[in-house]
Design a protein around this ligand. Structure first.
Ligand code: AHN
Ligand code: ZN
Length: 334
């Protein structure tokens, strides 16, 4: 893509208008056999260029560490973008206490489609980024990361889904929840306890006080680190035990769509992530789509919690695989 076209494209993506790079073609489900009475559903085509631009836009604010200017500005951007895409927007502001006693001025941001519908699906991701590159060289441990993959990618995919939802509604209501303060867990260098409840502060708050009273959804999907190169999504352990049906549905859709090299039908590790608290507080089965790497030492992408978690290492192929799979699942739900 030459520079001018790229600039035009970026402007279009940010304005939320039609894009040059992706057409309007939608994929039709396979024609039903005589034996099989399946409803044919038009699933819109996910545009990875658009998701990439929404990811880059977040990263451009700087690290979205709670209490920083970049964090406030990015939060405002996310609210404005959801409103531009026609969602009913809720925000939850809260002062959440971090592992070291720091009060984090936090904001969960929710965009609801078909808010009146009783049958609903929850799609979520965290929008904050980690204040510590504590998996990098020691001299970088107290430096905040860009969080292009860890934070921005999940929200980038969900913003592109929001754009699609405005153009073509689903049968079910959809809630996009951007959790804050997920990634402020105690750093490796902290000597003191490393409790799992130090992570996911925003989702714990939302779990106790949801944006609408007694909020329920049929199931949830959490997107965490869905833009890395060479990403592989295994069956995450907690999702496997508590949201098995939804998990199998997602992985099956991915195989049908040709994304089997990303969505491996194999067991991965168990991760403390926002989906755990969505399930524990609200009893909503929630599947974590998280890049798991059994050979990296940390279990995650090699850029995880390092200064290399930048736009350079974001792969549109991964964004496409995840975005198209999630669209397929939510448009086929009746
Ligand atoms: C823990 O490391 C305990 N959980 C990983 C959750 C996470 C951090 N996702 C992104 N950053
Ligand atoms: Zn993280």
């Amino acid at each position: 893509m030459n520079a001018i076209r790229h600039l035009l494209f970026a402007t279009a993506a940010l304005a939320g208008t039609a894009l040059l790079s992706c057409g309007n073609t939608s994929t039709k489900a396979a024609a039903p056999d005589a034996a099989e009475e399946k409803v044919k559903v038009n699933v819109p085509a996910f545009c990875a260029d658009s998701a990439y631009a929404y990811t880059a836009r977040q990263v451009a604010f700087g690290p979205r560490v709670p209490n920083s200017a970049a964090h406030r500005q990015c939060g405002d951007y996310l609210v404005a973008q959801l409103e531009a895409f026609g969602a009913k927007v809720y925000t939850q502001q809260a002062d959440l206490v971090a592992y070291d006693g720091t009060l984090l001025k936090s904001r969960n941001i929710i965009g609801a489609y078909r808010p009146e519908a009783v049958k609903r699906i929850l799609l979520c991701a965290h929008w904050d980024s980690r204040p510590y590159a504590d998996q990098d060289e020691e001299k970088h441990h107290r430096t905040a990361i860009d969080g292009a993959n860890d934070g921005a990618s999940g929200v980038g995919v969900l913003l592109e889904i929001a754009r699609q939802l405005q153009q073509q509604p689903t049968s079910l209501g959809i809630d996009l929840v951007f959790f804050d303060a997920e990634d402020y867990g105690a750093p490796d260098f902290h000597d003191g306890p490393h409790k799992s409840e130090y992570w996911c502060l925003g989702s714990q708050y939302w779990g106790r006080i949801p944006h609408t009273p007694d909020y329920k959804a049929r199931f949830g999907i959490l997107l965490d680190m869905v833009g890395g190169s060479n990403a592989t999504f295994f069956y995450e352990g907690y999702s496997q035990r508590t949201a098995n049906k939804a998990m199998k549905k997602i992985w099956k859709a991915a195989q049908q769509l040709g994304y089997g090299r990303y969505f491996l039908q194999q067991d991965g590790g168990e991760v403390t992530d926002d989906h755990v608290f969505v399930h524990q507080y609200r009893q909503i089965p929630c599947v974590d789509i998280i890049d798991y790497n059994p050979n990296s030492g940390t279990g995650f992408n090699p850029t995880w919690h390092t200064l290399d978690d930048t736009m350079e290492h974001i792969d549109k192929g991964t964004l496409q695989a995840v975005g198209q799979t999630v669209l397929h699942v939510i448009y086929n739900e009746q």
